[in-house]
Design a protein. Structure first.
Length: 345
């Protein structure tokens, strides 16, 4: 855990070494058009960042570390940023939030949340026929199932095949975008009877479980399972440690089923989903406003409200082990119900 990087509001990515905090390299991210400014960003997956620009473009940029060896055989890592995709869109003020994904087969999906609750979906799909000829088709359509619902949180799975939304009244919605040009509403459910506001959504590693943070500080995970009324739908599977303030951000680990969560008071929790173990709580004398977990899961980095970076080294080799997972019933992903089963990952 010898390097961290920070993205500034003007689109400059700066790498620091962690012992003395010395700046190693700065890279100004290339705007998609002349004069375009960075509006916001979102981390997605391992070292991949979604950037929204003032001209409406979404770019997906990946931080890359490349091993290099000198004449003595000593290894160093070159630091760079690689643009994975650029998705055109609207620069209109009515766009509240945007998401973009590149699927495993190269399909690009973009979702824009508009001020009235409509969801504008844009897809670019490439198909290949038996003769090896490729054809690219563009799709653009609107989802209006959430109009008037006060959408307060939004996420996509890694392939851009499933879209999730949470509302200010505690409703969860799930759509399938698997068929290009179409959206199928799979779930619209009252997740919480007290209608508490859903404040944050994220996909847990593996893209089966949905992590849900709410205004009361609760962190829960859900996945599709058989319902008592028949069929399959989102069900509450795990309830994790409760914050004392609203959950504002979620950062699932890219190594295991752990979830990093940040609340409005600037306190971090780290919990393991399957074992339901609360692994640690972290705070700082200056409230934390952003946080992330390292790619190897061995460190947590956070940004304070006065612009300082705080780093913690984590030694947590087996978060999935608890008395319950060893000797009790556990509800694993894709299982219809809890059972006496052991999974090592």
């Amino acid at each position: 855990l010898d390097k961290v990087f920070v993205l500034s509001g003007d689109g400059v990515l700066t790498f620091f070494e962690t012992v003395e905090g010395r700046a190693l390299k700065s890279i100004r991210l290339q705007p998609p058009s002349e004069g375009a400014a960075l509006v916001d960003h979102e981390k997605h997956g391992e070292l991949l960042y979604q950037l929204r620009w003032s001209d409406g473009t979404l770019t997906l940029d990946k931080v890359v570390f490349t091993a290099e060896f000198d004449e003595d055989g000593d290894r160093t890592f070159a630091m760079d940023v690689r643009r994975e995709a650029s998705l055109d869109g609207s620069a209109e003020a009515e766009v509240q939030r945007s998401l973009a994904r590149i699927g495993s087969e190269g399909r690009q999906t973009r979702v824009d949340l508009l001020a009235d609750g409509r969801l504008l979906v844009s897809q670019v799909a490439t198909t290949e026929n038996l003769f090896g000829e490729t054809q690219t088709e563009d799709y653009r359509f609107v989802i209006d199932d959430a109009v008037g619902q006060q959408v307060s949180a939004l996420t996509l799975d890694g392939d851009g095949a499933f879209l999730y939304a949470g509302t200010g009244q505690g409703v969860l919605l799930r759509w399938s975008l698997e068929e290009p040009g179409e959206a199928e509403l799979l779930d619209r459910m009252q997740a919480f009877d007290d209608q508490r506001r859903i404040t944050s959504l994220a996909m847990v590693l593996g893209d089966i479980s949905l992590a849900v943070g709410d205004e009361q500080g609760n962190l829960t995970t859900w996945f599709p399972a058989p319902k008592e009324s028949g069929g399959r739908g989102l069900r509450l599977i795990h309830s994790l440690a409760v914050h004392y303030a609203a959950v504002t951000d979620l950062a699932p680990s890219q190594r295991d089923k752990s979830i990093l969560s940040l609340d409005a008071d600037g306190v971090i929790h780290l919990d393991h989903m399957t074992s339901e173990r609360h692994l640690l709580s972290l705070s700082n004398h200056s409230p934390l406003v952003d946080a992330a977990i390292s790619s190897r899961g061995n460190g947590i980095v956070a940004l304070t409200d006065d612009g300082r970076v705080v780093l913690w080294e984590i030694d947590n080799p087996h978060p999935e082990i608890s008395f319950k997972t060893l000797f009790g019933k556990v509800w694993y992903e894709s299982y219809p119900e809890p059972d006496y089963v052991w999974q090592s990952s």
